[in-house]
Design a protein around this ligand. Structure first.
Ligand code: TYM
Length: 328
């Protein structure tokens, strides 16, 4: 059986980009593979955070995992920091990672705003902790959006280097990047990706947005002046992005949607997309509210940490052994 691991940062509420690019795949995969999904709260520390807010958001993201349909009987759901093996494995991998390869990470360049001198060391070594998350579980498949492709390549490089220098310990993982929706763009600036950390609230639709806000955000979404619903990401990034969202939330293919809105114009298209989005999110939001303060989320995470810890500790032990770290 295939082994799957993935995770999301609790740095804000999950948005439609996260859902379409990654979390939607988690839900499908839990039926076919041995799945581990974590809330990567240690990664969230790589930029300044309010401590109380970080605690709340960690539980929010875990509750959202359940609300979108992850079943703790099928998949192991846990918080990264509850399995201390992640940080130790990250240290061991840091000792084989190179400054040059980490300096080439696009996300580091973006998040450090080009100023490596004042950037946090954690931000720099971030992808090594991500590699530890993946390699500890011997995952062969990692469902992610396109923005994580480079981090996955680094993970593979580190695993191959470790196996070559210390003996075969790791499975070499492959990214699972969806064909449609791997890079959902910002609603207000469709040439940039949708992001949790965007300054403008018009950038994304959070899974928890209420109907009024969803309506406003979609109405304000940038399109073009052609008024023709056609999928053409290069020349029509705004409408193509909305088509992608519409298609994944409704299950109607993009070409069928093009036909449906042929000659109809953006007004009706947006009106229908508002409806589709609200109706898609309604049951998720209801379930989130039922679960979030019920005590169930904490229970799931406790059991998840135990299950994940067993698997992670086995690999960590092999890593120590291979590198000459004595164990008693
Ligand atoms: P994060 O928290 O930024 O995003 C979670 C997942 O959502 C995907 N994603 C997108 N997909 C499509 N369009 C977008 N606009 C968009 N924005 C985000 C991301 O690719 C991701 O799959 N470094 C990771 C977290 C991480 C991780 C891991 C992932 C830590 N350890 C191990 C996989 C395996 C991150 O910051 O994701």
């Amino acid at each position: 059986m295939e082994r799957v691991l993935s995770g999301a940062q609790p740095t804000g509420l999950i948005h439609l980009g996260n859902y379409v690019g990654a979390l939607r795949q988690y839900v499908q995969l839990q039926h076919e593979a041995d799945c581990y999904f974590c809330v990567v709260n240690l990664h969230a520390l790589t930029l300044p955070r309010d401590p109380q807010e970080l605690k709340e958001k960690t539980l929010d993201v875990a509750a959202l995992y359940l609300a979108i349909g992850l079943d703790p009987k099928k998949a192991t759901i846990f918080v990264q920091s509850h399995v201390p093996a992640h940080t130790e494995a990250a240290w061991l991998l840091q000792c084989i990672a190179r400054v040059g390869e980490l300096s080439r990470m696009v996300q580091f360049k973006e998040k450090s705003k080009g100023s490596a001198e004042s950037a946090g060391v954690g931000l720099f070594t971030y992808p090594v902790l991500q590699a530890a998350d993946i390699l500890l579980y011997q995952a062969n498949k990692v469902p992610v959006g396109e923005d994580q492709k480079q981090h996955l390549e680094l993970t593979r490089d580190l695993a191959e280097r470790f196996n070559r220098d210390y003996g075969e310990v790791f499975t070499i993982p492959e990214p699972l990047i969806p064909k449609i929706g791997a890079r959902i763009m910002a609603l207000d600036e469709p040439t940039k990706k949708m992001s949790k950390s965007a300054e403008s609230k018009w950038n994304n639709i959070s899974i928890m947005d209420d109907p009024k806000l969803i309506e406003k955000k979609i109405k304000r979404a940038v399109t073009d002046s052609e008024n023709q619903v056609r999928f053409d990401p290069e020349n029509k990034p705004g409408i193509s992005n909305l088509l992608t969202i519409y298609s994944t939330l409704s299950g109607i293919s993009i070409s069928e949607l093009e036909k449906k809105y042929d000659g109809v114009g953006y007004g009706q298209f947006k009106k229908d997309l508002i409806e589709v989005t609200i109706e898609f999110l309604r049951p998720i939001q209801e379930r989130f509210h039922e679960l979030r303060h019920s005590g169930y989320v904490e229970e799931v995470l406790k059991e998840g940490a135990e299950r994940a810890g067993k698997v992670a500790n086995q690999t960590l032990s092999k890593m120590r052994e291979a590198m000459g770290i004595i164990q008693i």
